[in-house]
Design a protein around this ligand. Structure first.
Ligand SMILES: [Zn+2]
Length: 321
C-alpha cells in the first residue's frame, strides 16, 4: 500500500516485485525508505536472495523515490494460506482457523453462525497469539506488527469462490438429477441453460455464464457438486438460480423451502452490495440487515449440510471457512 510521496517518481517495477515475492514464496525484500527503514534492515536478514545476484545487491536500497509501503493485510484463498504461508489447515478438525480457536465439532464449532456462538469469544488477542508456540512460523509473521490479525478472509474468496460454489453446484445437481425436472440430467441441464439465458436477457444481468450447458460444470468425478466459474459469474448467478428453483421446487417439501430462503438471503446480500457499491461501508440499518441475512443464509447452510450429510452424490458439504 502506498502511503506517502515525498519526492519525484514512482518506480513501479520495484514495488510490484516486492508484492510478487510475497506471493511466490516466503522470502521478501522490500525496498523502502524511513520511517520503516529499521523494519527493512531486519527483514533483509531473512531474505533468501542468492549472493551475487542483481536482486541481492538491490536488497535494502530505497524504492520509489519517497514512496514507502506498509503491509496492510494479507489476502489469499484458503489453499494459499495453508500451502504457502503455513497457516492452520482449514480442513483440520481442531483449530482450522487462522484468527480464532474454533473447531469442527463440539460446543466451539464454527458451524454455529448465531451472534452468540461460543467460537466468537475464542478469537485470538495479539498477545495470546504471540505467546502461542504453534503460531505460524512463516518469516512474514516476524515483521513487527504482523500477526494473525493481518490475515484478511476476503468476501470474494470466502463467498463467490467459497460457499457459493458449493451451494450453487448442489442446487443445480438437485434440480437436474433428482427428478425435480422431468427429463434426463443431460436434457435438464440444456433446458436450464435456456432458462438462464432468457433470465439474463430479461434481467439485463451484467456478468453471465455463457456455457452452463454441461453437467461437468457442477458435477465432479469425486466430491460434492461445485459450480465452476469466475467470481463475477457466481456473483450474479444467485438471482437466476433462485428463479429456476422457484419454478421447479415443491412448496410442500420443507427442505425445498429452506433452499429457497437460503437463495433469497444470498440474493438480498448481493442486491445490497450492488445498491451501495460506490460507498466504503453500508449505512447502519443496511449493515445490520446484511449481517442478519448472512447469518440466516449460513444457518440454513449448516442445517442443510446435516440433512444431506449421508448422501454421497448430492448435497452440501460443510467446508472450512
Ligand atoms: Zn475463526
Amino acid at each position: 500500500m502506498l502511503v506517502q510521496r515525498t519526492t519525484v517518481s514512482l518506480n513501479n517495477r520495484y514495488l510490484l516485485f516486492a508484492f510478487i515475492r510475497i506471493k511466490l514464496h516466503s522470502s521478501l525484500v522490500v525496498y523502502i525508505k524511513a520511517p520503516y527503514f529499521t523494519l527493512l534492515c531486519q527483514w533483509q536478514l531473512v531474505s533468501r536472495f542468492k549472493k551475487g545476484t542483481e536482486d541481492y545487491h538491490r536488497a535494502g536500497t530505497p524504492l520509489a523515490e519517497g514512496y514507502f509501503a506498509i503491509l496492510w493485510s494479507i489476502i489469499g484463498d484458503l489453499d494459499y494460506f495453508v500451502a504457502i504461508l503455513g497457516l492452520p489447515n482449514f480442513s483440520n478438525a481442531s483449530m482450522p482457523c487462522a484468527l480464532c480457536r474454533t473447531s469442527l465439532t463440539g460446543s466451539n464449532t464454527w458451524s454455529n453462525f448465531r451472534p452468540d456462538a461460543p467460537w466468537r469469544l475464542q478469537q485470538w488477542t495479539y498477545s495470546a497469539w504471540q505467546a502461542w508456540p504453534n503460531r505460524c512460523q512463516n518469516p512474514l509473521f516476524t515483521l513487527p506488527g504482523v500477526s494473525a490479525f493481518s490475515i484478511c478472509l476476503d468476501y470474494m474468496h470466502s463467498k463467490y469462490l467459497g460457499t457459493d460454489q458449493y451451494v450453487f453446484g448442489s442446487v443445480l445437481a438437485l434440480l437436474t438429477c433428482t427428478g425435480m425436472m422431468d427429463k434426463t440430467p443431460e436434457r435438464n441441464v440444456t433446458a436450464l441453460h435456456r432458462f438462464f439465458q432468457d433470465f439474463y436477457r430479461r434481467d439485463n444481468t451484467p456478468v453471465r455464464y455463457r456455457y452452463l450447458n454441461r453437467l461437468t460444470m457442477f458435477l465432479r468425478q469425486s466430491g460434492r457438486p461445485k459450480l465452476r466459474g469466475k467470481a463475477a459469474e457466481l456473483r450474479y448467478f444467485g438471482k437466476p438460480l433462485l428463479a429456476a428453483w422457484e419454478k421447479w421446487m415443491n412448496c410442500r417439501i420443507s427442505v425445498h423451502v429452506d433452499i429457497q430462503l437460503l437463495l433469497k438471503m444470498n440474493v438480498f446480500m448481493e442486491n445490497l452490495l450492488s445498491e451501495f457499491r460506490d460507498e466504503i461501508c453500508f449505512p447502519p440499518d443496511q449493515a445490520v440487515a446484511f449481517e442478519e441475512a448472512c447469518s440466516t443464509m449460513l444457518t440454513l447452510h449448516g442445517k442443510l449440510a446435516v440433512h444431506f450429510a449421508d448422501q454421497e452424490y448430492l448435497g452440501y458439504k460443510l467446508k472450512g471457512q
